[in-house]
Design a protein. Sequence first.
Length: 107
Amino acid sequence: MGKETRITFRLSQKEKQIITAKAKKCGISRTEYVKQRALGYEPRAVPPDALFKLLEKIGGLEDKSSSPELDSKIEALLKEISNTLLLPGKDGGALLQLQDSGPFTET
């Protein structure tokens, strides 16, 4: 199914700059950022490479384990970390909230 509808709206230059900066921080376009926010999702900032190295190290523990119970716990931990830090949250359902997300106001 293709794109069928367009929504346009006006905003100040400052609001556009804020949206642009937040979208860039998340590694997505302004359109995708605004769409995700409008649909109740909270896009995540692109995580540092260190997070992926840490996930690999935790995953490597699974290879060294001889306990199915420990393997299960490691797998659950990896899923929790990924869901919390890598996937967009919806309606406050995420465990980690970014400090700078929210209304488009500056102090």
